[in-house]
Design a protein around this ligand. Sequence first.
Ligand SMILES: [Zn+2]
Length: 254
Amino acid sequence: MVRARITAVDLRRPDLRKPFPRHFVKRLEGQAVFALTRRAKYLLASLSSEETLLMHLGMSGSLRVVSDPAAARDPHDHVVFHLSSGKAVVFNDPRRFGVMDLIPAGRLQTHPALSRLGPEPLSGDFDAAALARACRGKKTSLKAALMDQRVVAGLGNIYVSEALHVAGLSPLRLASTLATPTGAPREAAHRLVAAIKTVLRKAIARQLGRTYRDRPFLVYDRQRQACGKKTCTGTIRRRAQGGRSTFYCPVCQR
Ligand SMILES: [Zn+2]
């Protein structure tokens, strides 16, 4: 998409998780894409109109590049961006939890999806001190705190479970236990930040398979199986937490 112009947009539904913004097709057609970036789980395309196309893949969304736009015939191919290069970028989303929005010029920082996000987990801004500050006095569970995009951006259910296992911390523990009363990081905060970065870097490097199911997880979706940690005799447990499933080992995660 970068440096190409969007010549036409084939919009096949009025909505995904939310309706497409007003005049979506008209506002995109004829625009050049200057850059593609990412913030948290949002993909951002800067357009020559100075608007920004915001895209979220939701649970099951994907983008693919096709040389022959006529090949985009899957019933879940909801949006086709035709490009001046002759190729097309196709957004496919069977469960339709994805989102697309167009952000007017100058509104990027104040857009509700982007304005309150915490630091990027792989950036230098995310360290034990930052995590401890965000968790100081927080009477929610550690799991809920890490899922809160204001604490750290872009972590979801799976990687929170994985990182807590690597760090040996229980998802049920209070978030405030990462910090001293003055907000300084305790040892657990250092361990957790290192675990989050390791888990994400490994996942990016691995890039195995096209779905979550194909990826080898330590605890996610492994309930009733033996904990994979050396010397641990625990069994992975699954429990509902904040409306989502949490997977953890009750023996080595404290
Ligand atoms: Zn264990």
